[in-house]
Write a protein that binds this ligand. Structure first.
Ligand code: ADP
Length: 292
């Protein structure tokens, strides 16, 4: 199949031209092989594949961790940045995809409104503190992009403050990548109708009432403004070093399958392997045998 990254990549051409999210169908399933190829129902097939890929991701993550343990100076990390409109499925994606990896090697962080302390610092301050150490896979559930999304849409800061942030973000991410972190930024793209469906579920299903936040309806009312803010952030910050991917996310089984694929391709580029021992293997075996 084609490379998932090239199928989902956005914003690589002209940073001044916003990505038109309306042109990307949230119901679509780029890269998914058809029923004729797999011989199975796509959803059933994708769920089974996800399980297999999950095991592979876990192995890759272990190799990342092992290499950083043995050779800390060469240690790399991976950072998955997840953004979405409310109900976009960030939590589900973390559970299903990151959840396949060893929790000990994960560094997961969710970002809400900045605390009073965070507000006293530059917007990247809390982000820097949350970066994954070498050997870890970091997951940001929301991120520094909120500072050019909700901040812009809700007028929490004037344009003179948020506009220069695109460049600051690009500089920050370039340094991050240069220092050995592979950055994968994914926007889970749902439709307005799908959001209504998911919000309705939260109001109807007693096990989901806790997920409903009345503020989500205020954000929903600003849907177009958010899509425009996303469009600009994706275009301005979709760099070669730290690309943005838009992942159609109305179908949860496709979302998880495609995200696992993106991560698998990312890991493959790192050419990871288990490190060679820095001790004499045969001698250690003999010692253990002699020990009885
Ligand atoms: P989620 O919706 O991600 O499941 P929450 O319900 O806790 O989690 O929502 C987090 C909220 O924090 C969102 O409304 C988001 O817009 C807000 N938020 C995150 N970062 C910032 C920021 N830098 N400035 C203002 N609000 C922010």
């Amino acid at each position: 199949m084609s490379d998932m990254r090239s199928l989902l990549r956005v914003g690589s051409t002209d940073p001044d031209v916003p990505v038109d999210l309306a042109a990307i169908d949230p119901n679509s399933t780029p890269g998914l092989p058809g029923r004729k190829t797999t011989g199975r129902d796509p959803k059933v097939w994708a769920r089974a594949e996800l399980e297999l890929m999950g095991a592979e991701l876990a192995t890759q993550q272990e190799m990342l961790f092992a290499q950083a343990t043995v050779e800390p100076q060469l240690g790399r990390s991976v950072l998955l940045v997840l953004q979405a409109m409310d109900c976009g499925g960030k939590d589900g994606a973390v559970k299903r995809v990151a959840g396949a990896m060893n929790p000990l090697g994960l560094h997961i962080k969710a970002f809400g409104p900045p605390t009073p302390e965070e507000r006293r610092h530059d917007f990247l301050w809390r982000i820097r503190k949350a970066l994954p150490p070498a050997g870890y896979v970091g997951v940001f559930n929301r991120s520094h992009y909120e500072d050019v999304l909700v901040v812009r849409v809700n007028g929490l800061a004037p344009e003179s403050v948020w506009r220069p942030r695109y460049q600051k973000i690009n500089d920050f991410e370039r340094r991050l990548v240069g220092a050995g972190t592979t950055v994968v930024k994914v926007m889970l793209h749902i439709s307005r109708d799908e959001q209504r469906e998911r919000l309705t579920q939260r109001l109807v299903d007693p096990t989901k009432h806790w997920k409903f936040n009345p503020d989500d309806l205020d954000s929903r009312a600003k849907w177009d403004d958010y899509q425009a803010a996303y469009g600009e952030a994706l275009a301005r910050c979709g760099t070669d070093e730290a690309p943005w991917y838009v992942l159609p996310a109305n179908r949860k089984w496709y979302r998880d399958w495609a995200l696992a694929h993106l991560l698998r391709e990312t890991f493959a580029d790192l050419n990871l392997s288990y490190p060679q021992p820095d001790y004499d293997l045969a001698a250690q075996r003999r010692r253990l045998e002699a020990d009885g």
